[in-house]
Design a protein. Structure first.
Length: 166
């Protein structure tokens, strides 16, 4: 099994029934304690199976193919009733939900089961000091010849010593 990302606040969703493919961002409203991705653990709330109802920023994916109206289509009014494909090995105490994964899908009463997909999980890479320590210096010098990892490491050590002295 390949590694899957956990879905976080700001993940991008899309509906397979949207006339002109549009996306909307997921808002985490069901819990306030579980975070992922950001180093300070204060920005990216983990989305769970309890993100039910109108939990998208705009609550629409444009016009919906499932709602024909003469020669056009009625606007989508996205409402999530259920999620599938969550990580069921973990249940959060705060909301009794399971974390959503990047391949989780949502059900809409109009679009049907699994019509809403996660387009982007919402996490972003944030390099930290440990990443620099683990970096292969030969590979890094090939990828970025203008950066000297030895100098950066020495600078980081000096800054750490300065902070301790103060």
């Amino acid at each position: 099994m390949s590694e899957k990302h956990v879905v976080v606040q700001g993940a991008t969703c899309k509906c397979k029934h949207s006339v002109a493919p549009q996306t909307d961002k997921l808002k985490v409203l069901s819990q306030t304690k579980a975070f992922a991705n950001d180093k300070d653990g204060s920005k990216k709330l983990i989305a769970t199976t309890m993100e039910i109802g109108q939990t998208l920023e705009k609550n629409t994916f444009g016009n919906c193919k499932m709602q024909p109206n003469g020669t056009s289509y009625n606007p989508c009014m996205a409402t999530i009733t259920k999620w599938s494909g969550a990580y069921e090995e973990v249940t959060y105490e705060e909301n009794k939900g399971n974390p959503l994964l990047e391949d989780s899908k949502a059900t809409c009463p109009i679009g049907g089961p699994d019509c809403i997909e996660i387009a982007k999980h919402g996490q972003k890479a944030e390099p930290n000091q440990q990443n620099a320590k683990n970096a292969d210096k030969d590979v890094q010098s090939q990828l970025n010849p203008m950066t000297n990892l030895d100098e950066m490491e020495e600078e980081a050590k000096n800054e750490g010593l300065q902070a301790v002295a103060e």
